[in-house]
Design a protein around this ligand. Structure first.
Ligand SMILES: [Zn+2]
Length: 277
């Protein structure tokens, strides 16, 4: 895929991008300001199919739209060009900034969203039942109890990642956020079935972890019985060796998001909470 004149274009045989541009009167000529977009906002459609969501966005009475909708089969619909304001974020606030529609790209993934468990099946808000193999149970980042979520397809996640990469290169994108993060009281999308933390870590911190210029390497000691050491800064990443033992000496060489990169016989990431400096 590539971006040309603020439109996504397929470039490989297995890619399908359907340009279904619909500019509504309200947003018709409202271009995103010079120097923007700087953010990508990920959503689920909470709909029954990508097509129905695209039709919903195209309806001139609907006060909602997004730049892209990614189907479960990987097909992509573009409804709004990337230089035009879409209405996907609504009342939003994050890190001192508000009104994300003005400076962000909205990517919607076709997904029914949160499901209700009913016997052996799981039901969407619009009444469709799904079998357990399509369901992920997890605690949402804004909640405390386990809930049920329709999984995303591999190809959907892959396409979303590819698009984010293209957008990062084409514009000045410096953050990828979930709707649930910029409107936590109102929104729960994309939810825990979407690998948001992993994706932004992979796409926005490539190779150079410059988050911790202050750390020039310092000494630490493991202060829990067994401490997992992982390939990257987060519990979702693979363990790369046997856990470190209590009292083991480590050299702290980097820090990111509550994690330390440490050097012992091997180098990997451990939770900062279990290292005594
Ligand atoms: Zn949303």
């Amino acid at each position: 895929m590539k971006i040309d004149k603020h439109l996504l274009i397929a470039s490989e045989q297995d890619e399908k991008v359907i340009s279904d541009i619909c500019l509504k009167t309200e947003t018709k000529f409202k271009t995103i300001k010079e120097g923007y977009p700087t953010s990508i906002i990920i959503h689920f459609t909470a709909g029954s199919s990508a097509k129905s969501s695209v039709e919903h966005f195209k309806n001139k009475d609907t006060k909602a739209s997004a730049h892209l909708v990614i189907d479960k089969n990987g097909d992509i619909y573009q409804v709004v060009p990337f230089d035009t304001v879409a209405w996907h974020a609504g009342n939003s606030h994050y890190n001192g900034r508000s009104n994300f529609n003005e400076f962000s790209i909205g990517i919607e993934l076709d997904n029914p969203g949160e499901l209700m468990k009913s016997g052996n099946t799981y039901k969407s808000w619009f009444g469709t039942s799904y079998s357990p193999d399509l369901v992920i149970s997890a605690v949402h980042r804004n909640q405390t109890k386990i809930t049920y979520w329709h999984s995303y397809t591999q190809i959907q996640i892959q396409r979303c990642k590819e698009i984010c990469e293209l957008l990062i290169n084409a514009y000045k994108i410096n953050e990828i956020l979930g709707h649930e993060e910029i409107a936590p009281k109102r929104k729960i999308d994309p939810g825990p079935a979407f690998p948001l933390d992993k994706m932004r870590m992979e796409l926005l911190t490539k190779g150079s972890r410059i988050h911790s210029a202050s750390i020039t390497s310092k000494k630490g000691k493991v202060n829990t019985n067994l401490l997992n050491i992982r390939e990257d800064a987060g519990s979702q990443f693979d363990k790369i060796a046997k856990p470190l033992k209590k009292g083991a000496d480590v050299k702290i060489i980097d820090e990111y998001n509550g994690w330390y990169k440490v050097e012992t016989k091997i180098t990997g990431w451990v939770s900062k909470a279990f290292i005594k400096e």
